[in-house]
Design a protein around this ligand. Structure first.
Ligand code: AQP
Length: 350
């Protein structure tokens, strides 16, 4: 069975982008894969060090996973800081990765802003920790939103450089397998990760500006649908969502150059588990005044049960904590094995 890994940061309220780009895919993947889903709390201190209620945020992401349908008995749900091997492998990867690779990351440039010298070293090294999160389990499949594509390419570069730099040691320790990367045969310890980004809404855009990503840090709450929004808030935000004056096209081609229309149709398709073409077969030729009420009904019917269950779970913190603790133990057992092998490959005395 392929091993799936992904994580979500406990930084503020989850929104529809996180849900459609990540969590909904996590749920679908658990049917036929072995999955590890992580609340990446170590990542959450890279952009902002001090958080008012980090524990509460960690619990709320775990609650969102479970309320969305992830089964923590069959799969592993835990928080990153409970497994120290993530940080340990990240240190090794900091020594594998090159500073130039990190400097090219668009998320670093966006989050560091103009005052780059003053960004934390952790923010620069973020992708190295992300590579460690995945590879400490030697996971192969990573469901994420489109914004994470560049980081996953970097995870492949790190894995490849480690495999090549240590190829003799990997062979000598008998820990590797033969794989083919492109045309090239490689005796690899770390696998090449496969990003899983596809779907009708790989990058959910702001409801106020179809060219900007829906994000937690947008100052306008009208720009995003939060997972904790009630039906009234969802309805208001979709009614106020920016659109153009034209009717919906009848084919997906017609969405080109219409970012807001494209975004709303993509959201509808992702919520309904269908394609944009199917949505347009139904709504093509109709005005937004007809499409928006249908989108509101769909969004409320999909999100309300998740919100209700999340609230219920968050009232029982002992239950959430027990799930995270047990998940942490199961994850640690796997991560310890990888780190022991990595130490052997590098030649640390343990
Ligand atoms: N707009 C989005 N569309 C699709 N997927 C998205 N993701 C985030 N935003 C979108 C995906 O959600 C998962 C968890 O992301 P994260 O924990 O790294 O959070 P984030 O990307 O920091 O969230 P924001 O809202 O984008 O935060 P800020 O405002 O700080 O930039 C990932 O799989 C991500 O791809």
């Amino acid at each position: 069975k392929p091993l799936v890994f992904s994580g979500v940061q406990p930084t503020g309220n989850l929104h529809l982008g996180n849900y459609l780009g990540a969590i909904r895919k996590f749920v679908a993947l658990q049917e036929s894969n072995d999955c590890i889903y992580c609340v990446v709390d170590l990542h959450s201190i890279t952009a902002q060090l001090v958080h008012e209620d980090l524990i509460g945020q960690i619990r709320s992401i775990a609650a969102a996973f479970i309320a969305s349908g992830i089964d923590p008995e069959k799969h592993i749900v835990f928080n990153q800081s409970a497994v120290p091997q993530h940080a340990e492998l990240a240190w090794v990867f900091n020594c594998v990765a090159r500073i130039g690779w990190m400097n090219r990351m668009t998320q670093f440039k966006d989050k560091a802003g103009k005052d780059r010298e003053n960004a934390s070293l952790g923010l620069l090294a973020y992708p190295s920790l992300m590579a460690a999160d995945i590879l400490v389990y030697r996971a192969t499949h990573v469901p994420v939103g489109d914004d994470q594509k560049q980081h996953l390419e970097l995870a492949r570069d790190i894995a490849m450089k480690f495999n090549l730099d240590f190829k003799e040691k990997i062979r000598a320790t008998g820990t590797g397998v033969d794989i083919v990367v492109g045309e090239e045969p490689v005796h690899a310890y770390f696998p090449m990760v496969e990003p899983m980004i596809e779907g009708p809404a790989p990058r959910v855009m702001s409801l106020r500006d179809g060219t900007k990503k829906m994000s937690k840090s947008d100052p306008s709450d009208l720009s995003r649908i939060n997972l904790m929004d009630d039906a009234e808030a969802i309805s208001k935000k979709i009614r106020k969502a920016k659109t153009d004056p034209d009717a919906l096209p009848s084919e997906a081609e017609g969405l080109k150059g219409r970012p807001e229309a494209d975004n709303l149709v993509g959201i509808y398709a992702a919520l309904a588990d269908t394609s944009k073409a199917n949505v347009l077969a139904q709504f093509g030729g109709q005005q937004f005044s007809a499409f928006k009420p249908a989108l509101i009904d769909l969004a409320v019917s999909v999100l309300s049960p998740v919100t209700t269950e999340m609230r219920r779970l968050m009232d029982d913190t002992a239950h959430i904590d027990a799930i995270l603790r047990k998940g942490g133990e199961r994850a640690r057992a796997r991560a310890e094995k990888t780190m022991a092998e990595v130490a052997d490959i590098i030649g640390f005395l343990r």
